[in-house]
Structures are given as C-alpha cells and as structure tokens.
Design a protein around this ligand. Structure first.
Ligand SMILES: *Cc1c(COP(=O)(O)O)cnc(C)c1O
Length: 443
C-alpha cells in the first residue's frame, strides 16, 4: 500500500508523484529511490517527467480557460536548463525564456524553435545579442536605452527587424510573504513606470527603424504565494498600455507578466492553485480593458520554479553524524552547497526525509551539512528527520528548480547526474560529470 506524504496540498498539480512503498522506501514517478541511488550513485538529481509535463499542460489549459487561449506560457529556463528539459517545453507547446547565450545555445541544440524564445537580462553582451538576432529569436526583452540602441544597430546590420518587449518596473515589488507598492522603483532591471522612463522608452522604441515594439514586460518577484501583487501589476501594466494609446497613439499588443508563482517547499507554504493566478490576472486585465475600451492584449506568463521545483528531488548518502550534546546534531551528506546553494544563499527551507525509512516517524532533528570546506555549507538547520545512520539515503524534496542550474564545481566536486523518471521508466538526462570534464578547459 502506498502512503502519501504530508507535503501534499490542494495544488492544481498534486505531489502524488512522491510516495512511500511497501519496503518503507521513498518512491518518485513509480521508482524506488533506493534503486535509483544504487544504480546512478549519489548525489543524484531525480526529476519526474510526468509531473513536469502535467505542470506545462496546466498552464496551457489555464490560459485557454481563463483568457480564451490568447496567450503563451514561456518556461523560464534558468530554473532548470538542459537539452532534455528544452525538448519537453517544446513538445508541450510552451515558449522559452533564456537569459544568456549559453541557455539559447542549449535550447537551439535541443531543437527549440528560435521564434518561440524570449531573451532576458539587464546587461546582454553585444555578441550575445547578435547571436540571438541572427538565430531568429522571437522577442528580445530590452532592459535599458543603451540596449535598445544596440539591438537597433545590430538588427540593422543583419538586415532584420527585431521584435522587442520593454522590461518595465511597475512599482509593485513582491516578496515571499508580502508585497509593497514602491513610489520610487529601485531595481537594476527595466524602465521605471513612475518616473516616466517607461513611456519615454516606448516612444523611443517605436521610432527605431529596425525594431518592432511588440509588448511590455514585468516580473515582480519569485516564490510569490499571493495573487494580489500579480493582479495589481496586471492592472498597472494594462493601464500603461492604454496610456500609450491615449497619450501617444502607440499600439502595444503584448503584455508579459513574468513568472514567480510560488510552490510549497514546506508545510508552512500555502500557494494558491496556479489556476487562481491566471483567473485573477485575466480578471484584472479585462477590468481595465473594458473601462478604457482597450482590446485584450496577448499575454505571456513565464513560470520557471512552479513547473520544475516540485518535480525534482535530490538523493544523498549520509556519512558522518556528529552529536554536540546540548547543542545540535550534524548529519553530513556527500553533496551540499555545490549542488544546492539555496540554503547558503537565501536560507531556503526544504522538506527532507530518510529515503530508506520514509514511512517512519520523524523523531529527530539534524543540521544537514554538505561536504564543502565552508561552515556555511548547510542544506538546513535542525531539520525534522527519521533516526539516521551512516549509509542511509537522504532525500531533499522540491529541488527541481534552481539546484542543477545553480550547481558549481566548488571544491572541484563533480556535478551530479540528472535522471528523469516517468511512470516507472528511467533515463539519464544529464550525465554525471567526469574528472576529464573537470579539467577539460585547464591548459
Ligand atoms: C526568473 C524569471 C522568471 C521565472 O521566475 P520563477 O520564480 O522561477 O517562476 C520569469 N521571468 C523572468 C524575467 C525572470 O527573471
């Protein structure tokens, strides 16, 4: 009998893909994690492909249901970028966000159509812009005046007219648990709406001969657990499109609302179903449109984390366990900040369990430490866990986003493999690095 884990919430996409089998072992996508650890070694990233595909489909369906299909979901590939993932996004009919030539190169090699990609970033180098333009990229999201001029020049010299969206800071800043409406926008990204910079950029862009101003874009934050800031941003941005028409007779057809939809990392997080984001945002947009007699813009959303984070887990082998009486007990694993720097960077919380005792009660608390030569190399402090011993397999849940993509070779550790499971089938999506890979660029 399979027991479900406490991580379950009333998401649109449920967490049924992680479960416990009759051996008391954690399973993912119908595979026993102990077998995966034995076959592929640890540390190991495991992604449930069926979950990823279901999440893609939910976004596509939600745009259909709540916005008449007048929009596109673009997977933000920085959350998890490899050829296999780009292929999945293409097959599921998503568009794709890239933020560098490296991500663009990966996606092109995976066969992702260039015209369905958007290129982001606050400081894109000229050679990367040129590569993107000559590759036929669908949209460049221009961040500043200097970049608009550069895109115009490069597109001209390539004999192309490049479609752009303008990145705008709408003055809504969303944090994990709350949001603020800022008067003066302080961000390295985009044109501020309040200062008039955004409208000046719109006027400038439409005058540049080698650009086509397709739309405006905003991205208000990440791991947002509340629909309110998205509604506010959607209202402000739609109002801005109406202002551009009324004040300057400029038509802006596309509204890109970015990503940032939150997920449940621990039971403290209560994200609304992703469907609610779409529902509320489309209500906000159509409200402004009917008040101002504006046609509905074509929308883009750019989910990254919410498509891949819950789909992934990381498996480690437990090594040293050190109890400091009256203080805490350290449990060390064979990975750490090199494969998951998120605790060291942001203090991110994760749910963990001992994969070979997954059905047992969590009676202990351990501070889970990595193997890097840094005291800050932790994956969590005083984490509730089953009673652990050396040789056990530790599973960290919801590591599918911003783990593999943030991994480094610090301490010359090899980057782990990524395996995809899909209803009991297994395939390697990214091979474990080899020592040859490690020294490949050394002269
Ligand atoms: C990071 C990013 C996203 C994705 O954010 P998630 O929180 O992973 O959904 C989308 N758009 C832009 C511009 C981003 O920088």
């Amino acid at each position: 009998m399979e027991t479900s884990l406490q991580l379950k919430g009333d998401h649109m996409v449920s967490n049924d893909h992680v479960s416990v089998n009759a051996h008391n072992h954690l399973t993912i996508g119908g595979k026993d994690t102990l077998e995966l650890a034995r076959e592929f070694g640890t540390p190991l990233y495991v992604m449930d492909e069926a979950f990823v595909r279901a999440a893609c489909r939910h976004y596509v369906a939600a745009i259909k249901t709540h916005y008449d299909g007048k929009g596109l979901a673009a997977f933000a590939s920085k959350a998890f970028c490899c050829k296999a993932m780009c292929k999945i996004a293409a097959e599921e009919g998503l568009a794709l966000d890239v933020v560098s030539k490296g991500e663009l190169f990966t996606a092109l090699l995976a066969g992702f159509p260039a015209d369905r990609m958007l290129f982001h970033g606050n400081n894109k180098p000229a050679d990367e812009l040129e590569f993107a333009i000559t590759s036929g990229i669908g949209r460049i999201v221009a961040d500043n005046i200097n970049e608009l001029e550069q895109i115009n020049t490069i597109a001209g010299s390539c004999g192309k007219r490049q479609s752009v969206q303008l990145r705008i800071t709408p003055g809504v800043e969303a944090h994990t648990h709350d949001y603020v409406r800022t008067g003066q926008t302080d961000s390295k990204f985009g044109f501020a709406l309040q200062t008039g910079d955004a409208m000046r950029a719109v006027q400038m862009a439409v005058r540049m001969p080698n650009l086509r101003l397709s739309g405006v874009h905003c991205h208000i934050g990440s791991q947002i657990l509340d629909v309110q800031p998205f509604m506010l941003a959607a209202e402000i941005m739609t109002g801005f499109i109406a202002d551009a028409r009324d004040q300057h007779n400029i038509t802006i057809e596309e509204l890109n609302l970015g990503g940032g939809f939150g997920i449940r990392y621990t039971e403290q997080d209560n994200p609304p179903p992703h469907e609610d984001f779409l529902h509320s945002v489309s209500r906000a947009i159509s409200g402004v449109c009917s008040a101002r007699n504006l046609p509905l813009p074509f929308i883009y959303i750019e989910p990254g984390r919410s498509i891949v984070a819950p789909a992934g887990i990381t498996l480690y082998t437990v090594g040293a366990i050190k109890e400091i009486p009256g203080i805490r007990t350290y449990l060390s694993v064979d990975g750490g900040m090199a494969d998951n720097p998120r605790y060291a960077l942001y203090g991110s919380q994760y749910e963990m369990l001992i994969a070979n005792k997954a059905g047992a009660e969590k009676t202990k608390r351990y501070t889970v430490a990595g193997r890097c030569c840094e005291s800050g190399d932790l994956l969590g402090k005083d984490v509730p866990l089953q009673d652990a011993a050396a040789g056990d397999i530790l599973a960290v849940l919801a590591t599918g986003a911003y783990n593999y993509s943030m991994a480094s070779n610090y301490n010359r550790l090899l980057k782990p493999a990524v395996v995809f499971v899909n209803n009991g089938a297994v395939r390697v999506a990214v091979k474990r690095q080899s020592y040859e890979d490690l020294i490949q660029s050394d002269e």
